[in-house]
Design a binder for this molecule. Sequence first.
Ligand code: PLP
Length: 358
Amino acid sequence: MIRLRTPRVEINLVKLAHNAEKLFNLYGSKGIGIMGVTKAICGGPEIAKVLVNKGIRILADSKIINLKKMRDAGIQAEFVLLRTPALSEIDLVIKYADISMNTEIAVIKRLSETAIKNKTLHKIILMIEMGDLREGISPLNLDQYVQDVLKLPGVKMVGIGANFACFGGVKPNEDKMETLSSLAIQVEKKFALPLSYVSGGNSANYRWFATADDIGNINNLRLGESIFLGRETLCRKRIPELFTDVFTFISEVIESKIKSSIPNGEIGQNAFGISPKWKNRGQIRRAILGVGIQDVLVSGLTPKLDIEILGSSSDHTILDAKKVDLKVGDEVAFNLDYGALLSVMTSPYVMKEYIHTM
Ligand SMILES: *Cc1c(COP(=O)(O)O)cnc(C)c1O
């Protein structure tokens, strides 16, 4: 028997294509374009290609190295750097990103100089701080920033954007979207500057989109999690008709024995400096998986079987197998949350296996 190696993440490209197409059509029905956010999948070209084939022709990532990877693989898209560039990477930004998100004039000046040196035009979206308190310019200073950017050759301001529910957990509600819309109108009028992108947020904007009577001037969203995991991100509810199991993490049982449910001995600290406390469930089947937090964010895994994760060290994960008779060599499959997805896609220890059928 041929065994696929574990640990691995199985990526169902058919389900992925379905999610991408549904979201593209759903948002498109009210005139909202999508940037496909590839950071969770490290700019993997196999996945990027599926998004582009389904109509998502703008790909955004927070790492220049991922944009380069997709470009080098021949992916036909426009590439966006999803966060403000570091001053130490300006050359690479000009080379590999068509557009970047910006909040600092010092950075935009360097982009301008480098673009001119390279005889190119770099596009800029200004990010506005609207309460979530991650990146962004205060709305009060927006006019000044636009004025300053318009004076710089080699860069072209093509839009404004805002980010929500990432750091402060602030919801992109109708009120916030109206404010962003009116800022866009204000900039367009005052500077006679048409904005190609009024980018209202990310996967957290689903509820606003689904319930708003009027989406105002918002014409773009940047979507990662809802494409990959089929969920909106305010309550992590499944979006109707989308697959939540595009990605499956597969691990393998390396030991399975009936043992006590509580440790025997004087309790000190475990591998992570914690003194663990356990419930006594009597004798249980303890199955050990050959993976740990060096491979995957174990807390972000949900077993597909009725079993329970008791905990993990760097390289072992301990299960209470409950009524499942897990044996050495058995594969154990898990659904992933966003953190677990990030971790397996980033980990060199986890194989990536692409599935081309339902
Ligand atoms: C990560 C990120 C996104 C995508 O967020 P999802 O919740 O995965 O849709 C969008 N915009 C910015 C600025 C981001 O950093």
